[in-house]
Design a protein around this ligand. Structure first.
Ligand code: FUB
Length: 326
């Protein structure tokens, strides 16, 4: 009996070692177990946070979990921070969260219902909480964007804060991307000077998953290309002088590596200004796995050349070195 138990323990030990690439000082990839896609990364109160899509079967994507870490290496799971049970208009496909802290509140923007036309209920919603780990409640009681504008499916939202403090919603699936000026309490939009609400900023080859950040005064606009269920999903970028572009596609910087993983895309960025480090957090599919929803959240360092071009990212199983926020 003793022999059987110790053999079982030994077997369990070997299995977990074989499945994990984590070492004490290295994050390993994936960052945490489970199918999690479209990771939105943030830093709040000296902790790293990741808010991904729960990438189960379509109809089971009815809640969001979040993950927090002090060092990019050890991650704590916060379950069901948002649930469709708390959003009366949402019932499936809770996707691609985007989070922002404003006036001591945390606003979680999410897609729900994967609407295919203006006749369906759903789109982009906003939830709010006093804490990054939720629980989040519906901020509006209805979607913030519930129709197609300029051809953009209302999914894949990102909230961008410009230098002057103005927040913008940048979003869109189906190969179109819009930008809109959020009002002060995130209950709607302020029109642009010409009276319009949604301006299209779609670059060449854009599909979905927009992201924006400022570096050395330039606006870096990034997005996903290809189909998210296939191997060729990837990330490309453009650089502009304002959040409105024009954005001329520069190149792809993240894609599959047939020796490592496929379908690498839908990302976000953590910037550590003090240490001048940029991390790209993205999802990818294990080699040989063709199930569209089998996506795992991973991390790599992202670097620039002397001209400010983003260098191609190498996808790894080691991930990044442990790094505290401060
Ligand atoms: O996770 C659902 C969808 O897959 C997202 O909205 C897309 O960006 C793609 O990653």
């Amino acid at each position: 009996m003793k022999y059987i138990i110790s053999s079982l323990l030994l077997f369990a030990g070997i299995t977990s070692f074989a499945q994990s690439t984590k070492t004490i000082n290295q994050s390993g990839n994936p960052l945490f177990p489970g199918w999690y896609a479209d990771p939105e990364a943030a830093v709040f109160n000296n902790k790293y946070w990741i808010y991904p899509t729960y990438s189960a079967k379509y109809k089971e994507q009815v809640f969001l979990d979040a993950f927090s870490s002090d060092d990019l290496t050890n991650w704590k799971k916060h379950e069901h921070i948002l649930d469709t049970a708390a959003i009366k208009w949402a019932n499936k496909a809770m996707w691609a969260p985007a989070i922002v802290e404003k006036d001591k509140k945390y606003y979680l923007f999410f897609g729900a219902n994967d609407i295919q036309s203006d006749n369906e209920v759903g789109g982009i919603g906003v939830a709010v909480s006093d804490k990054p780990e939720g629980p989040f409640k519906d901020h509006l009681g209805k979607p913030l964007v519930d129709k197609f504008h300029n051809g953009a499916q209302p999914i894949d939202q990102f909230v961008f804060k410009d230098k002057d403090g103005q927040y913008y919603l940048i979003y869109g699936g189906w190969r179109h991307c819009n930008i809109a000026k959020l009002n002060k309490d995130f209950t709607g939009f302020d029109p642009f000077d010409d009276g319009t609400i949604f301006k299209e900023i779609t670059p060449d080859k854009y599909v979905e998953g927009p992201y924006m950040f400022i570096r050395n005064g330039k606006y870096y606009f990034m997005w996903s290309e290809g189909g998210w269920t296939g191997p060729d999903y990837s990330v490309a970028y453009a650089v502009g002088d304002s959040p409105f572009g024009p954005f001329k596609r520069v190149d792809k910087i993240l894609k599959q590596d047939p020796t490592m993983a496929t379908g690498a895309g839908h990302h976000s960025i953590i910037i550590n200004q003090k240490k001048n480090k940029y991390y790209i957090i993205y999802h990818r599919r294990p080699l040989g796995d063709t199930n569209g929803n089998h996506r795992e959240t991973c991390i790599e360092e992202m670097n620039f050349d002397a001209q400010g071009n983003i260098l191609p990212v190498k996808i790894t199983k080691e991930g990044v070195k442990a790094q505290k926020v401060k």
